[in-house]
Design a protein around this ligand. Structure first.
Ligand SMILES: CC(C)(COP(=O)(O)OP(=O)(O)OC[C@H]1O[C@@H](n2cnc3c(N)ncnc32)[C@H](O)[C@@H]1OP(=O)(O)O)[C@@H](O)C(=O)NCCC(=O)NCCS
Length: 195
């Protein structure tokens, strides 16, 4: 895959194609599909995510979100992708590479969510599998990190089947659903064997 990003490049990131899915940058026209999917998935997602602001699903908040995403990419801090089913271009979820650290770290943290109507069909595993080589080759990262609550069996399984290894346990690591929760720490290195 061609190099798609340097810090000074004005080019947007091209879509990343995986098995049955396409990852591309969020855009304003995604608002109706995104807000509908997040709303129908609210009860499913909220135990595993930071607390949703009261206005989170409004068009105005989504506009702010898109602006923040642009700024995050411009400053090389985070790279957000929406995940679409390849067959019919339906939005199924999202994957974000955040907390990019350069210098001697060259690392980033992976986060992901799947809309409730689309879970357990392999879409998110396919998305993470496709994003990992792009992060290593195009963003020149050395290490991808991810963390999940020990009761999140779906997330643990996803990470294990996409080549992440469990490295540790962090107490009170992230404030999820309003509670500082312990997390299992996972990572995949650039030269780890592909799953
Ligand atoms: C984690 C999440 C993205 C997985 O999405 P998904 O679409 O089900 O993922 P996949 O279909 O690719 O499945 C990944 C693996 O997890 C397994 N899995 C999915 N849900 C599971 C569950 N509730 N319990 C146990 N295993 C589960 C799948 O069976 C699959 O393993 P397999 O191939 O060996 O059968 C989704 O459950 C989700 O959005 N959860 C809420 C948000 C969240 O947890 N985000 C991550 C925070 S760390």
């Amino acid at each position: 895959m061609a190099l798609f990003l340097t810090l000074s490049s004005p080019e947007p990131l091209p879509p990343i194609v995986g098995d049955g899915v396409i990852l591309r940058l969020p855009q304003m026209t995604d608002y109706p599909a995104w807000s509908e999917l997040r709303e129908v998935s609210r009860k499913f997602l909220t135990p595993w995510e930071p607390i949703w602001p009261a206005d989170d699903l409004t068009r105005g908040a989504f506009r702010q979100r898109i602006r923040r995403y642009s700024e995050d990419m411009r400053t090389d801090q985070a790279y957000p992708f929406f995940v679409f089913r390849k067959d019919d271009n339906v939005l199924v979820g999202g994957v974000t590479l955040a907390n990019v650290r350069r210098g001697v770290a060259q690392s980033g943290s992976l986060g992901y969510w799947c809309g409730l109507p689309h879970i357990r069909r392999g879409h998110m595993s396919a998305a993470v599998r496709a994003l990992a080589p792009a992060a290593f080759e195009m963003l020149r990262l050395h290490r991808l990190e991810a963390a999940c609550i020990p009761t999140n069996l779906a997330s643990m399984r996803l990470l294990e089947k996409t080549g992440f290894r469990r490295e540790g346990y962090a107490r009170g690591y992230l404030c999820i659903n309003g509670i500082w929760q312990d997390h299992l720490l996972y990572a995949r290195l650039q030269d780890d064997p592909a799953p």
